[in-house]
Design a protein around this ligand. Structure first.
Ligand code: NI
Length: 181
């Protein structure tokens, strides 16, 4: 297992569409394990491959509460949302690639996602609550979309400007101090 570097916005790789995985190989399984390790270490509850500079459609998530539950890692290969509820929910979202900023984002409250598991088998998962939000946030990453892209142009512009300044100052060169998606 290896820790991977997490990219901080603005970064071109975070704005690109990741490509479908055509074959589930040992290398893919290794990448998923490395992503999980990187996510837990950050600490975060979700990570998409774009965030570690890999343009493949891979996502890891664990929304379990580490103080109360056993870890419940999810590994998604080529995840696709096949159904979204009409009712929505609002969460204050953050992102390991947008450190120190948190904003409310409205998304469908329930989603059904289709994906390949580590063995290359097609799976379907119906999710609600934080898991549903997290799945949508991470699939956005695979499309090159960040949660700040859901905000007003003004708000997004302000956050990107501040992030650019913080990056220049070397604020994120060391360990991440946020616990986010
Ligand atoms: Ni994120």
């Amino acid at each position: 297992m290896a820790l991977l570097d997490i990219l901080v916005a603005p970064h071109p790789t975070l704005a690109k569409r990741a490509e479908e995985v055509t074959e589930v190989t040992d290398e893919i399984r290794q990448t998923l394990n490395d992503m999980l390790e990187t996510m837990y270490k950050a600490p975060g509850i979700g990570l998409a491959a774009n965030q570690v500079g890999i343009l493949k459609r891979l996502v890891v998530i664990d929304v379990s509460n580490p103080e109360e539950e056993e870890p419940k890692p999810y590994k998604f290969i080529n995840p696709v949302i096949i159904e979204s509820s009409d009712d929505s929910s609002v969460y204050q979202e953050g992102c390991l690639s947008v450190p120190t900023f948190y904003e409310e984002v409205e998304r469908p409250a329930e989603v059904t996602v289709e994906y390949l598991d580590e063995t290359g088998t097609k799976q379907t998962l119906k999710a609600e609550g934080l898991l549903a939000t997290c799945i949508q946030h991470e699939i956005d990453h695979l499309e090159g979309t960040l949660f700040v892209d859901h905000l007003s142009k003004l708000k997004k512009g302000m956050i990107v400007k501040k992030l650019t300044k913080l990056k220049k100052q070397g604020a994120f060169n060391k360990k991440q101090d946020t616990h986010t998606l």
